[in-house]
Design a protein around this ligand. Structure first.
Ligand code: GTP
Ligand code: MG
Length: 195
């Protein structure tokens, strides 16, 4: 896929702020710091489009990026960040839940997990949620550059087993650092948004 044009549209916190129209949306979900914004930048070859940070919890709204006037990336707030007050956490959970549950434009959820860690309780909850609501989804394993190639399969197995990944669910290894997996992710996206 050739992305001629990518632009930030809006940070939404409630459904009234979601863009109007019926363009398809691809959402990126995952823990704070897993690499959602970095993956967006890598996929689009735009270094600073999605704000990334070493400080978890940077993305606190649903950030919409319009690509080629054809479809949107939706960068969801990261979950599982310990140093956030309980009420703020509950609000994020509700915000993400409302979006995943109700949004008809949503065609694919990419759930990101860090290759180095076994999925957390929240990762498992998110996965079960996607499976339960039968949202088309894929597991995107991030930061592959952080482990040796010979260790990939061991880590993927832990992720698959801990999440209880359904048979047939794509699992793609990526690195925003090296660009690993970029083509595979684009092929996946193309399949679901039909562009
Ligand atoms: P929130 O917005 O807080 O939810 O985080 P996020 O999931 O958007 O993570 P972000 O893209 O901001 O990345 C967090 C940190 O991980 C940054 O310091 C990135 O540079 C780093 N990072 C992201 N992807 C990779 C990767 O593939 N490899 C390596 N080595 N570092 C990465
Ligand atoms: Mg982010």
């Amino acid at each position: 896929m050739i992305i001629r044009d990518a632009k930030f549209i809006i940070s939404a916190v409630k459904p009234e702020q979601y863009p109007e129209g019926d363009l398809p949306e691809v959402a990126l979900a995952g823990r704070s710091n897993v690499g959602k914004s970095s993956l967006i930048n890598r996929l689009l070859n735009r270094r600073g489009l999605a704000r990334t940070s070493g400080t978890p919890g940077k993305t606190q709204q649903l950030n919409y990026y319009l690509l080629n006037e054809d479809f949107y990336f939706v960068d969801l707030p990261g979950y599982g960040f310990a140093r956030v007050p309980k009420d703020v956490k509950a609000q994020w959970g509700k915000m993400i839940g409302t979006y995943l549950d109700k949004r008809e434009n949503l065609k694919l959820v990419m759930q990101l997990v860090d290759i180095r860690h076994a999925p957390s309780k929240e990762d498992v909850e998110m996965y079960q949620y996607l499976a339960h609501y039968a949202r088309p989804h894929a597991i995107i394993v991030t930061k592959a550059d952080k482990v040796a190639r010979g260790q990939y399969q061991k880590h993927v197995k832990i992720i698959r087993q801990t999440l209880g990944v359904l048979p047939g669910t794509p699992i793609i290894l990526t690195s925003a650092e090296t660009g690993l997996g970029k083509q595979e992710v684009w092929d996946l996206i193309a399949k679901y948004v039909g562009v």
